[in-house]
Design a binder for this molecule. Structure first.
Ligand SMILES: [Zn+2]
Length: 314
């Protein structure tokens, strides 16, 4: 029986799983990444996760992490994990006799949602809204990464002279649409003395919980309403742009913010997206919500491992 290993390498934890041919999870293993320890110890931790899951039936591995991945083989940039400019796939293949492919976390989450959902659409754009905004493209039924790092939707310019983004630019989409940007706005309003029940739960200097924002929004809190409304406006603009530019058949919305808010805001979001789309291109596009939650990425890594077993290089 062929088996596959998928590993989600995150800044705080590494989650590995062994899958069978049909995609059933046979084993799971989780450890803390402890990224601050530096490259060698973190790489050794990754190898220890593989050791827990590897056996002679394993035929390929797929590994995901945040950052820019080149040719599904090399980590070019990675802000939370000390693997920058590392030929990670090759280094793992030196230790285990099976092919290894790497992928960006959101790219693979979109791949996982699309494959597992059994969608017939072949041109897909995924938009994941959480602390940042991540994206993934599937064109002609294949993950599209350009020369590595494509689909950085959160860093599309949105607002001239906007807030500083984690990427170093000002006014990126995620400085308005994602939690990192919402937090900046909420903190600004607090300093102005604005009243909001958000301040009952918010700890200064820390990221808020999406569930707290959702509760405040449901109660009609004006500040919660304001940040979500600005987010929907920005996302509508971005989705309209992407729709006009790429003409996909399907948009998949995921990530923590979408998981909480999608049912409430989807109508407005779709309306705005279509209003920002070139009129002749407004037909035949479908908008859906993700369904795999936190498992989307690792599921995508499983499908990536299957590609690797077929000798494909994305
Ligand atoms: Zn940015």
């Amino acid at each position: 029986m062929n088996k596959y290993i998928a590993i989600d390498v995150g800044g705080s934890k590494m989650l590995g799983a062994q899958y069978d041919e049909e995609g059933q999870v046979l084993k799971r293993y989780k450890v803390k990444t402890k990224a601050h320890r530096g490259r060698k110890p973190v790489f050794e931790t990754l190898l220890s996760v593989i050791d827990q899951l590897f056996d002679p039936d394993v035929v390929a591995m797929g590994i995901l992490m945040p950052g820019v991945i080149q040719n599904a083989r090399r980590v070019e940039m990675c802000s939370n994990i000390p693997f920058e400019k590392m030929d990670l796939a090759e280094l793992i293949e030196e230790k285990y006799p099976v092919p290894v492919l790497l992928g960006n976390d959101v790219d693979l989450a979109v791949l996982g949602e699309w494959k597992q959902g059994g969608y017939t659409e072949q041109h897909v754009v995924g938009i994941f809204v959480g602390t940042g905004v991540g994206g993934g493209f599937i064109f002609h039924g294949q993950l599209y990464t350009g020369q590595g790092g494509a689909a950085e939707i959160g860093h599309m310019p949105y607002k001239r002279d906007g807030l500083l983004c984690g990427c170093g630019q000002f006014g990126c989409l995620e400085t308005v649409a994602a939690k990192s940007g919402m937090l900046q706005l909420i903190e600004k309003e607090r300093k102005k003395g604005t009243e909001s029940i958000l301040f009952d739960t918010l700890i200064p200097g820390e990221m808020f919980h999406t569930t707290d924002l959702y509760r405040a929004w449901q109660k009609g809190d004006p500040l919660a309403r304001k940040v979500i409304s600005k987010s929907v406006e920005a996302l509508g603009y971005a989705v309209g742009t992407l729709n006009t530019l790429l003409r996909p058949e399907l948009f998949i919305f995921g990530g923590g913010v979408m998981e909480s808010f999608y049912d409430e805001i989807c109508e407005e979001l779709h309306e705005k997206a279509l209003a920002h789309t070139m009129p002749a291109l407004r037909d035949n596009v479908r908008f859906i919500r993700s369904f795999l939650g936190d498992d989307a990425g690792i599921t995508g890594a499983y499908y990536l491992a299957k590609e690797a077993s077929l000798g494909r290089r994305l």
